[in-house]
Unconditional design. Structure first.
Length: 137
């Protein structure tokens, strides 16, 4: 959906649109509760890229928040037993993702300093274990 068209829609229209897109992107494998948990965590004034992971390693790699030299990532856990990892100038803490057999989702905003301006990217990362995706196809 074009950004300008999305911006003029009502919050209910945006919510319905995103719920529909989440269903399509995940082959309708998210429960109503899981979809609602994601919708509860997002700001409907922003647009999001949705990434669906079926490999635990790629989802794990997405759980790092950069907080160094002008990078100010933020993240929220929609559902799942997860802890974000932090990369800063002085330390690195690893994320925690112990239940790789269960679905999980996070909402993140990546903030990068490019020259004198900040560039924001809003992301929804959803982990659906490989066996769930295979059973749906």
């Amino acid at each position: 959906m074009q950004n300008k068209m999305f911006q003029v829609q009502s919050p209910d229209e945006k919510r319905d649109k995103l719920a529909s897109v989440l269903g399509r992107k995940t082959n309708h494998l998210l429960s109503k509760f899981q979809t609602q948990q994601i919708l509860n965590e997002i700001d409907f004034h922003r647009q999001y890229s949705i990434r669906v992971h079926i490999e635990p390693e790629t989802f794990f790699d997405a759980l790092f928040l950069c907080r160094d030299q002008g990078n100010r990532d933020t993240g929220k856990i929609a559902f799942g037993n997860i802890r974000f990892g932090i990369i800063s100038d002085t330390f690195i803490s690893n994320p925690s993702f112990p239940q790789k057999r269960l679905p999980a989702a996070v909402i993140m905003t990546r903030c990068r300093t490019v020259g004198a301006r900040q560039v924001f990217t809003n992301l929804i990362h959803i982990y659906l274990p490989k066996y769930e995706m295979r059973n749906a196809l």
